[in-house]
Design a protein around this ligand. Structure first.
Ligand code: ADP
Length: 293
């Protein structure tokens, strides 16, 4: 399976260019779509999920023209939207049965087997009879994955699923995502660099509706080998001075002091030490370079 997106653009009626000539090819693996808020991730996810139309461009899932064959795509699509509402008074068990019927799984015995297996897989079996309104954020997201997996989808789209989860819930959720079969395309949209680092063999960074970088995180990291330098600065004046002289990638507060990371082809001296590059460097550098253009 491969998803091929070519020349996708979308301008909203208010003039916001949410997608600007996006082209991506995504194979059978977990693909991370990384970008800041407002980058166009949800617009792209909704467009792939056949819920909104682009102005121009095409999307193909193997031989299927996604934009033309909506019903066909929906048969093989699992989607966890960013705003995933649940009916608060209904139990997970009843809701999954209901959604399974909507997906065409009408045989009761078969449906029970599928629903029970999904509740086990998402670790919600013990809470299956509790109403969804009593679920924690992490449980709701795991329920969201359970419903997205109904009907054995070949394409699974999860839009910013870890935002707002505490570290333990996030971990559990990422483990669940990584356990989804290898024969499917999973697109994970996120603004959290670690989500991509932990899960995705391939990724794209997008901002302001444009693809800034596409490839394997490991390749993007090697491109920065030996070019990331760090030091702790004493005060805001020194930080400001550095920002005007060097290509500052990020600053982190560590115990009240600013640790500055910069990009430089050669040793910048001035107390900087070479450090291992991280995916966050790749991300911030891509954003900084695009902001200059
Ligand atoms: P992300 O998911 O990366 O945060 P979105 O796709 O939600 O990005 O939004 C991309 C841009 O399009 C933002 O500037 C947002 O404000 C704008 N936008 C999103 N949806 C609409 C809409 N329905 N009408 C007008 N502007 C929109």
């Amino acid at each position: 399976m491969a998803l091929t997106i070519a020349g996708l653009s979308k301008t909203y009626p208010n003039g916001v260019k949410a997608l600007q000539d996006i082209s991506l090819t995504i194979g059978n693996h977990m693909f991370g779509l990384l970008g800041p808020n407002g980058a166009g991730k949800s617009t792209l996810m909704r467009t792939i999920a056949t819920l909104q139309a682009p102005d121009t461009g095409s999307i193909h899932l193997d031989g299927i023209d996604v934009l033309a064959k909506k019903a066909e795509v929906r048969q093989i699509l699992g989607y966890l939207p960013q705003e995933f509402g649940v009916y608060p008074k209904v139990s997970a068990l009843d809701m999954l049965h209901h959604l399974a019927v909507m997906k065409g799984i009408t045989n009761k015995k078969e449906r029970s087997e599928i629903v029970d297996a999904l509740l086990q897989q998402t670790n919600l079996w013990e809470s299956r009879k509790k109403s969804l309104g009593t679920y924690s954020g992490g449980m709701k997201q795991r329920f969201g994955i359970a419903q997205a997996l109904l009907g054995k989808p070949k394409l699974i789209i999860v839009d910013e699923p870890t935002a707002g989860l505490d570290p333990a819930e996030r971990n559990r959720f990422l483990n669940l995502l990584s356990s989804i079969g290898r024969e499917v395309i999973v697109i994970l949209s996120t603004h959290i660099v670690d989500d991509v680092r932990e899960l995705c063999p391939r990724m794209a960074i997008i901002a302001k509706g444009k693809v800034l970088l596409e490839g394997a995180p490991s390749e993007a990291l090697s491109a920065l080998d030996g070019k990331i330098w760090s030091k702790v600065v004493a005060n805001d004046e020194e930080l400001k001075a550095l920002e005007s002289e060097m290509q500052v990638i990020s600053t982190h507060l560590i115990a009240g002091q600013h640790e500055v990371r910069i990009y430089s082809d050669s040793n910048p001296g001035d107390g900087f030490k070479p450090v291992e590059s991280g995916l966050e460097d790749v991300y911030f550098l891509s954003l900084a370079r695009s902001a200059k253009n």
